[in-house]
Design a protein around this ligand. Structure first.
Ligand SMILES: *Cc1c(COP(=O)(O)O)cnc(C)c1O
Length: 378
């Protein structure tokens, strides 16, 4: 029997499910022609707020710009330190450096891959000694799991800092009784096509409960405009969400709750099938992940060889992330907590991610699990 090729993320299966509705939504936009800030943008924002409980949802151009806009709203400037993990996608720290401030890299928990509060405390003490002014923390919901907010929030509050949540991977998840989007001063997310809630192009959003922050963000993403369109009151950017992407995302958001359920069912099946041969991901008690990635560790095996064997068996894999940011050329001169970030270094050596999407069928997943078991045993 020949098996149809396995996909790492199957956007085709999802599209088949919603194609008629998406086609109709696109046609509506083409008919009214309001390509920039058309009615679908506001409709999508309202649907996002209904979904996650944030008072204000602000659509924007992508996840990186969402983070940039959050930092601009906080008036970030040179000489200020923003603490963030090193084991993350570059955008988390890039936005800090791009605005002239200092990303200060913090280590992660070995079991959740998320920010380690003890390492954060170490970094804060160092930053004070080095004469940096403490601005805030960008936590990351890596691979879809919310950061450990109950541990992080008191540390942030104690120093009079702000917390921005980089939920590019975690939107749709919950932290105990709180939904991602309602945690921290602002939450940024991304609708890059491969994220759990993805557009058919770039897109992003910011969430906040604060009315004034909402007004500032809406001004910033249209060049800092004031109440009079031609009196710009601050330096902003072009950070708008396209009407077409909003129209598509409205349809995608409708099936997102069912997709999160499916993702959790698939993650549980991976856990059961792989627990005894690999380090499977841990989810904090009372929290739900959106499983942006299902990431395991090769546990002392040669990762390159394991991935080569999986490739031979037709199982696509990916490595997020082979190099933590504090080891990368553009970021290695920025400060790190303590004498280095041993956990970030260690996990970067042996993590790999398996196919994860809501439309992964049970027999395909069974084949993947068998293949991973064989590849790790060889
Ligand atoms: C994807 C991602 C971003 C950036 O989102 P874009 O929409 O691609 O700009 C930021 N942070 C993290 C953790 C991400 O995974």
């Amino acid at each position: 029997m020949t098996r149809k090729p396995l996909r790492f993320i199957d956007l085709v299966a999802q599209q088949e499910k919603i194609k008629t509705k998406v086609d109709a939504a696109i046609q509506r936009v083409l008919a009214h022609g309001a390509y920039i800030l058309g009615p679908e943008v506001g409709e999508f924002e309202a649907a996002l707020s209904a979904f996650c409980g944030a008072k204000h949802s602000i659509g924007c151009s992508n996840g990186t710009d969402a983070l940039t806009l959050c930092l601009m709203a906080k008036g970030i400037k040179p000489g200020q330190a923003v603490f963030c993990p090193s084991f993350t996608f570059a955008a988390t720290a890039e936005v800090v450096a791009m605005l002239g401030a200092t990303p200060f890299f913090v280590d992660i928990h070995e079991d959740t891959f998320n920010l380690d509060p003890a390492s954060l405390k170490t970094a804060i003490a160092q930053a004070k000694k080095d004469g940096l002014s403490l601005a805030g923390v960008i936590s990351v919901d890596l691979f879809g799991q919310p950061a450990d907010y109950a541990e992080i929030e008191p540390i942030v509050a104690n120093e009079g800092m702000w917390l921005i949540s980089d939920a590019a991977q975690g939107f749709g998840g919950t932290y105990r009784d709180r939904k991602v989007g309602t945690i921290g001063a602002m939450t940024a997310t991304s609708f890059f096509p491969a994220k759990p809630l993805g557009a058919y192009g770039d897109g992003g959003a910011i969430f906040t409960d604060d009315d004034e922050t909402d007004a500032v963000l809406r001004s910033l993403l249209v060049h800092g405009q004031g109440t009079d369109k031609y009196d710009n009151v601050r330096i902003g950017m072009n950070g708008r969400l396209d009407t077409l992407q909003a129209a598509i995302l409205i349809e995608k958001l409708k099936i997102f709750p069912d997709e999160i359920v499916a993702r959790n069912r698939i993650a549980a099946a991976y856990n059961d099938g792989l627990r005894d041969v690999a380090v499977v991901p841990a989810v904090l008690d009372g929290c739900t992940s959106t499983w942006a990635q299902y990431t395991i560790r090769a546990r002392g095996k040669d990762r390159g060889a394991v991935l080569a064997r999986l490739k031979d068996k037709g199982v696509p894999t990916a490595v997020y992330y082979p190099k933590p940011l504090h080891r990368q050329t553009a970021y290695k001169h920025f400060p790190v907590a303590g004498n280095g970030l041993p956990v970030s270094d260690r996990v970067a050596e042996d993590v790999f991610s398996l196919p994860m999407h809501p439309y992964l069928e049970a027999d395909d997943q069974g084949y993947i699990i068998d293949s991973v078991r064989e590849a790790l045993a060889a």
